[in-house]
Design a protein around this ligand. Sequence first.
Ligand code: FES
Length: 132
Amino acid sequence: MERRKFIVQTATPFLVFCAACSKSGNSTNSSSVDFTIDITNTITTPGSSITRDGVIVVRVNAQNTNSSFIAFQVECTHAANPIVWNQSAQQFNCNLHGSVFSITGAVINGPANRPLKAFNLSLTGNNLRVTG
Ligand code: FES
């Protein structure tokens, strides 16, 4: 077998494997979303949340304004475990390895070292549109 052909055939599977590995540590959610939630009977109380299309949408207070809600990628940026909202502490917790994120998505405690991706919110009547 020709040397160059041998190298290509033996290195290609390794490179594919390495590309897959690089996605497992400090994961990202780069896909775009665009959906609308009717909040008439959903996430009606402060601290309640709903997860859809990889996004966790949380009601942080009882008012009905854009700032009454926050939306972030649901996957922890460390290793993609779903985060949960802690209303009393006003932060997201990842219960797999203990990362903590602020209400703005910033890392408070690792091992995650990157912030959560935030999504845009637009409230029209009872329709909360999530994009990003
Ligand atoms: S997946 Fe490891 S801290 Fe979240």
